[in-house]
Design a protein around this ligand. Sequence first.
Ligand code: CP3
Length: 341
Amino acid sequence: MGFPSLLAVLNGEERAVPPVWFMRQAGRYLPEYRALRAEKGGFLNLVYDSDAAAEITLQPIRRFGFDGAILFSDILIVPHAMGQALTFTAGEGPRLAPPLAGARLESLQAAPKHLAAIYETVGKVAAALPAETGFLGFAGAPWTVATYMVAGEGSRDQAAARLMAYREPERFSALIDAIVDVTVEYLAGQIAAGVHAVQIFDSWSGSLAPQEFERWVIAPTRTIVERLKARCPETPIIGFPKGAGGNLPRYARETGVDAVGLDETVDPVWADAALPKGLPVQGNLDPMLLLAGGEALPSAVRRIREALSGRPHIFNLGHGIDKETPIAHVEAALAAIRKPL
Ligand code: CP3
């Protein structure tokens, strides 16, 4: 005991019972989260209140004893720190202004205080976390963050960013480079403040044609990994290129990440055969099956565990937990994940 099993697995150890955490494990499916959000009056008020954000990070650890805690924050804090205005309106999703489809990056006034607030949360969580719990920081990958910065909001097909990348490749490339710079500082800052490992979320990596995937997903991720490794060589980096599908092996080989996350559309049997031997893999229960529950849940858990039993495996969902998910289904999944095979 004492050393986080999550870190042991990220360092290449195999465990008969995989360490487990869930993306979005702190959030709206928890009544204690909803209560604190109602009191503080909204998502961003929680993120920038380090006591509240630390408390929310710890809520799912207390309730379920997950092996990893993920910092409670959002990938859009980086655009906020780069000078876009950020708002979350219930039922509408995030908004960034001005959208960079129609404004110049150079016109923005950087606001690094937004990052400093997050480091304060990291310090508070690190001081309170049980010794056996791994602590994950994170950032969005440049491509995914750029899709929001260009459109000013989420979109189904990321058309605005894909178009800018074709029509104005130099301007788009400068935006990606600027996000890379801030992201390296931001992740190094989280590590200095106390996280044990970091995850890079590339939620929209599935919307790119193959050469664009190379240019806007693989290349900037590799740059972040190289620059972060130069500064923090001991800190594992998990890459999560959601929707990458057949591009996953290339992503795993070429970015230099220490582990890859699989989304729920990836067959773990295929992934095990296609990914480099010994590379730690994270995933990949369908969050919709966790929401649905029932008999299919433990058998799906078992299938994923068996498929990845020959390599270091961290159990997770294929994407964030749905806000309607019953607590009892999370408990049932954890029981199946923690049972000897
Ligand atoms: O995993 C975690 O629990 C850590 C915290 C975290 C959040 N967002 C909290 C959050 C992380 C790692 C994220 C990442 C994030 N944020 C991504 C990448 C991963 C993914 O889900 O694809 C993206 C694309 C975002 C941007 C974002 N944030 C959107 C589109 C939304 C609105 C949609 C939604 O689910 O409400 C958010 C809000 C958000 N981020 C919430 C939480 C808990 C919900 C806020 C609330 O209403 O209470």
